[in-house]
Every structure is written in C-alpha cells, then in structure tokens.
Design a protein around this ligand. Structure first.
Ligand code: FE
Length: 226
C-alpha cells in the first residue's frame, strides 16, 4: 500500500492519502482546503488518479478540500448518510466499502463527536476522525454531538477491532501521529471509565471554547468547502 500522512499546522488536522501498490486509484481522507497542490503532487509523483475524497465528519475547525478536489480531479466526494452536506456525490452507510483497485476501505458509523461521524476501516488500520484521538476523544458538545453515542462508538465498535489495529486520528495537538487500539484501550484516560454515565460526566464537564473557525468552517463544509 502507498500511504501518506499529512499535517495541517493551523488546525492540527491529519489528512491521509491511500493507494494500493499495484493500481491507479487513490483516496484521500479529511483533506484541508488550501493544501490541494500538496495532494496533487503526491498523486502525480505516484502516477495516481484521485478516485475518492472522504470526510469523516462535518468539521468545525478547518475547511474541507472536498469540493476543490472534485473540481480538480473529478473524484467522488463522500460523507456519511447522516451528513447535512448536500454537495457530496455519495453518502455512505455503516458497512459500505470503497474499492481502490482491490484495496478496501469500509465505513464504520461512529457517532458522538457529531451525529454523522464515520470512521474508515482497513485491514490493518482505522481512521478514527475525531471519535477516538490518541489519549483522548473528540468533544461532544456541538453539532448534535452526544457523549452516550460516543461511548457506544468507542466501546462497542472501535474497541472491538483487533488490538494491533493502527489508529490514525483526525487530529493531534502534541505531535503524536499513530497509535493502536490496544494502546488506547490501556492508556487513553477517556477509556478508563466504568460505564456510559461516567464517560458522559467527563465529556459534559469539559467546558471548551468553540473552535475559532467554527462559524466559517461549518457552513462552508456543508457546501464541501466551496
Ligand atoms: Fe471534528
């Protein structure tokens, strides 16, 4: 597999480029508006065509590049079936898959950070968006977030993956770029709770300020960043 993890300094967002070793089709997860040239140069370097641009959820802290990449490459843009973004070309359900010349990416519905949050699962790794972060989890206090739903997504979906599954999050604020399901199960403080009530109590008392870009980013992202 050809794989590239990119970091956006401004929003601490991770973007992922994925393609099979033998094949022509690539996918990108959570691209950031303004970085299209970076993505295109990787695709060109590897002689790949962008087949799919996927967002894990409607972001509040950066503007998506889905619309710009669709205009540039003609790629299929994908979000969850529960996304309010009318601009996407395909809405994907839990268990539905994307086939990159034999390399499969499967959507796992993991609501909680937002109502429409998806994780994307491959054989050896999972892209968790803001559902599961390294040593943390995404806030649940806006965009129809729900701490109880997130508890279910974490404990009954993501933590059911094999311990050695690599965890690639949507953000990191401390320079960590990858973890595993087993490490998170053991070390992530948010996962050391006895039940959903205890989890919700933690999440509902975080009292975080809104992201600086929220009022711009959310409406733009509902239009694929255009
Ligand atoms: Fe988010």
């Amino acid at each position: 597999m050809r794989f590239k993890q990119l970091f956006d300094d401004q929003s601490s967002t991770y973007t992922y480029l994925i393609a099979p070793d033998n094949g022509k089709l690539a996918a990108i997860i959570d691209p950031v508006k303004g970085s299209e040239e970076l993505y295109m140069s990787w695709l060109n370097e590897h002689n790949l065509k962008l087949g799919y641009a996927l967002d894990t959820h409607v972001h509040a802290d950066h503007v998506t590049a889905l619309g710009d990449l669709r205009d540039l490459t003609g790629c299929v843009t994908i979000m969850s079936e529960y996304s309010d973004a009318a601009c996407v070309s395909r809405r994907i359900k839990d268990g539905e898959a994307i086939d990159l010349d034999g390399l499969i990416i499967t959507a796992m519905y993991t609501p909680g950070h937002t109502r429409e949050s998806l994780s994307y699962v491959m054989v050896d790794r999972v892209f968790t968006g803001d559902t599961l972060l390294i040593n943390g989890s995404g806030r649940t206090d806006f965009q129809n977030g729900n701490a109880y739903a997130q508890y279910d997504s974490l404990f009954n979906k993501l933590l059911k993956l094999a311990d050695e599954t690599l965890v690639y999050p949507g953000h990191d604020y401390r320079g960590r770029n990858v973890s595993t399901i087993g490490e998170e199960r053991r070390n992530n403080p948010r996962l050391q709770v006895a039940n959903a009530e205890e989890y919700a109590q933690i999440m509902n008392s975080l009292d975080l300020p809104n992201p600086a870009m929220m009022d711009i980013a959310v409406p733009m992202n509902l239009a694929c960043g255009k």
